[in-house]
Design a protein around this ligand. Structure first.
Ligand code: HDE
Length: 688
């Protein structure tokens, strides 16, 4: 890992892409510098304000005091209305093969070209300081700094959305945010107003079932899929359009937590996903996602059994395969969270020539909303000049002035047409790269209506449920049951139960039994199609970056530990050495084997697997803590390996269950295969 780490740092230096070079111009390193005011005056005293006498009143002329406190008073900006909690990193996009047949976008032409990117992951509902591991949809917004301008894919980890028309977005968000009288609960959908919305807005059914599934509680931002959600368009040089859906597929596979774990992690480490991203980048394990597109010829617009403009529908991958066209790699942390993540401004309207919108009514509303929100959040129309938002090449136009303007436009003219400046900046013909909107023919009446083709809310919802493994189905039942058991109104619980009846009878009955409602007499959807790609069951399973807890004590053999650590590091996992104190175990000589955590400073819910080498001295608090670690790991279905000497603290019934290896020595290699499985879902956890 260390070697990889060093290589990673070296690569970062060498690979500085154009965006990083641009950002360098704005980086400020205060190390070793003299302190000055914002006006550049050197400061001689920073702890005492200027007073009339040692015990006298403070003087208004203390410009340093006034400046320091005034700046502090203005340090906060409004958080994002939604997606307030997030984390970001820079990276690069590499293209695998030219897409010129379908799009003229410059960054999708030449496979040798790398495009700098910035990605921000987020939760939707919680405030800026809310925990990372709540049940929620996750945002995955990607900004491509292309040579033809910024292209933003502002997507989610769930491929569909709660509503079909942007005009309903404030209603959705008002219902899911904390209730207005109490501002409770934080970052949770488990309350009356949200489920009241769900019951009375049936178009939300499909997205809600995804959110109740393991997708709502990802193990890591690095281990979830990303989706552009809406149908967009590729447009090639000849002006021919192709409908597309965008996908990001994590190289480490799609993995989730179990519900009990997420709630405990929210307390033990509310920054779990942030830290996970930082640790991965710092150790050179750069998060990677393959970029895929589903493509549909324009002639086939009406060939599917749903409307491709409806954002509550997926394109089943078995019908329209995801063509992998490239990969994004996140290899650079931000230097300053506020400057680069909080001030990042994404907008689905940021597109480049070769890409265009469709008439998806949800997308159409978003095209306006993001710019509008940046104006208030970032305080004016010049937010695109903030370093993280700047395009690679200096923009030229006749827009001027406004709050926080940075560019010093030196020409006299700020209008078009002009003769003083030879009519520049001049427009650019489409053949030379000027943006040309896709010329879709529209022949319509102005009307407030929704197309009938948007009105089937249950076929794909049923398809999702019917495509799940038994484990996922149980997770979904438990998800609805938990959320609805927090809903105080029996009437709302009953209404939601009634809508579940439209999806699947078993699901409806299981939830109804759990929450004390009557069975619905709705007829479940007769849609029989299933899609394997929807289930996480057969996802990629690798040991890379898994966090392995290794409990060590005074009686642990350093030799055995060394062997294990080598195997774990070779498998690219992240071992944590845990003991009752951070001191060296008695018989150890190598400082590298010192515990990295105490039983209290980490926790089994923060780990992916547990290994307990020989500890003959199991007693007292040490024994109690070891038992606690074992129990939590066991009940969360995670891999366990213990040595014979430790076996006695597990019941014989528990030892029979799957995913528990008892080592009789020299079995370290087996442990790597064992942990790669990640969860042993068939373990009967009641056998603990
Ligand atoms: Fe957003 N959304 N959204 N959204 N959204 C925002 O923009 C909005 C929707 C998504 O990391 C806001 O800068 C409307 C779908 C992400 O900075 C705001 C509608 C999808 C992020 C806004 C939607 C998203 C946002 C809040 C319905 C997935 C975080 C702050 C028409 C495809 C971006 C901001 C980041 C953020 C509006 C629906 C994803 C208020 C009106 C669908 C990932 O402008």
């Amino acid at each position: 890992m260390e070697k990889k780490n060093q290589e990673g740092m070296k690569n970062q230096e060498e690979m500085k892409n154009k965006k990083q070079q641009q950002l360098d111009a704005f980086r400020v390193d205060d190390t070793g510098k003299e302190m000055t005011t914002n006006q550049g005056v050197k400061v001689s005293e920073d702890e005492l304000s200027l007073k009339a006498g040692e015990r006298g009143p403070t003087l208004l002329e203390d410009f340093h005091l006034r400046e320091k406190i005034t700046h502090f008073d203005h340090e906060r900006i409004p958080e994002r209305v939604v997606h307030a909690r997030g984390v970001g990193a820079y990276g690069e996009f590499e293209l695998y093969e030219s897409m010129q047949e379908y799009t003229s976008a410059d960054f999708l032409q030449d496979p040798s070209k790398k495009t700098p990117i910035f990605v921000r992951f987020s939760t939707v509902v919680g405030f800026r300081g809310s925990p990372d591991t709540v049940r929620d949809v996750r945002g995955m917004a990607v900004k491509f700094y292309t040579d033809e301008g910024n292209y933003d894919i502002v997507g989610n980890n769930i491929p569909v959305f709660f509503i079909q028309d942007a005009i309903k977005f404030p209603d959705l968000v008002h219902s899911i945010k904390p209730e207005p009288d109490t501002e409770v609960p934080q970052a949770a959908a488990a309350h009356d107003t949200f489920w009241d919305f769900v019951a009375n807005n049936e178009e939300s059914a499909h997205t809600v079932i995804w959110a109740m599934s393991p997708r709502g509680v990802p193990r890591s931002y690095r281990m979830m899929e990303g989706f552009g959600v809406h149908t967009f368009r590729f447009v090639n040089k000849e002006g021919k359009g192709t409908f597309i859906k965008i996908h990001f597929k994590p190289v480490l596979g799609v993995h989730s937590q179990v519900w009990d774990e997420t709630q405990k992690v929210a307390g033990k480490n509310p920054d779990f996903h942030r830290v996970d991203l930082y640790e991965a980048i710092d150790s050179g394990n750069y998060p990677e996602f393959e970029v895929g597109v589903q493509m549909l010829a324009e002639e086939d617009e009406f060939s599917l059994d749903f409307d491709i403009l409806d954002p509550t529908k997926i394109w089943p991958e078995e019908d329209i395969p995801v063509k992998i066209i490239g990969k994004i790699t996140l290899n650079q942390r931000v230097d300053n969270f506020f400057a680069e993540v909080e001030q990042a401004a994404f907008c689905p309207a940021n597109i480049v020539p070769g890409i265009d919108f469709t008439n998806d009514p949800l997308l159409q509303g978003r095209l306006f909303s993001y710019l509008d929100t940046q104006l208030i959040r970032l305080g004016g129309p010049n937010f695109q000049e903030i370093p993280v938002n700047r395009p690679l090449h200096q923009p030229h136009n006749n827009q001027r002035d406004g709050y926080h303007r940075q560019a010093i436009n030196s020409s006299k003219t700020a209008y078009h047409n002009n003769s003083i400046n030879s009519n520049t900046p001049h427009t650019v013909a489409p053949e030379k790269g000027g943006f040309k909107h896709y010329q879709e023919k529209i022949d319509a009446h102005i009307i407030r209506a929704r197309s009938d083709s948007f009105k089937d809310h249950y076929s794909q919802t049923a398809m999702f449920y019917n495509s799940m493994s038994d484990v996922e189905k149980q997770h979904i039942i438990d998800g609805y049951s938990f959320e609805l058991s927090k809903v105080k109104s029996q009437d709302i619980r009953q209404q939601v139960t009634n809508t579940l009846g439209n999806i699947n009878e078993d699901l409806m009955k299981a939830v109804a039994d759990n929450i004390g409602t009557k069975y619905s007499d709705a007829k479940p959807s007769e849609y029989k199609k299933t899609s394997k790609a929807l289930s996480m069951e057969n996802t990629v399973k690798k040991p890379d970056t898994l966090k392995i807890g290794v409990i060590i004590g005074d009686e642990t053999s350093e030799e055995e530990l060394e062997k294990l650590l080598k195997v774990l590091k070779d498998a690219n996992t992240m071992p944590e050495l845990i003991s009752d104190t951070l001191g060296m175990p008695k018989n150890f000589s190598n400082e590298d084997h010192k515990p990295t955590h105490t039983f209290a400073s980490t926790d089994p819910v923060l780990l992916d697997a547990l290994y307990i080498p020989k500890i003959t001295d199991l007693k007292g608090k040490f024994k109690l803590e070891t038992q606690r670690y074992l129990m939590e790991t066991f009940t969360h279905f995670k891999p366990i390996m213990v040595t014979e000497s430790v076996k006695s603290i597990l019941s014989s019934e528990a030892l029979e269950e799957e995913g528990i290896l008892v080592s009789s020595g020299n079995m370290e290699d087996q442990f790597v295969n064992h942990i790669s499985e990640r969860r042993y879902w068939n373990r009967d956890i009641t056998k603990w």
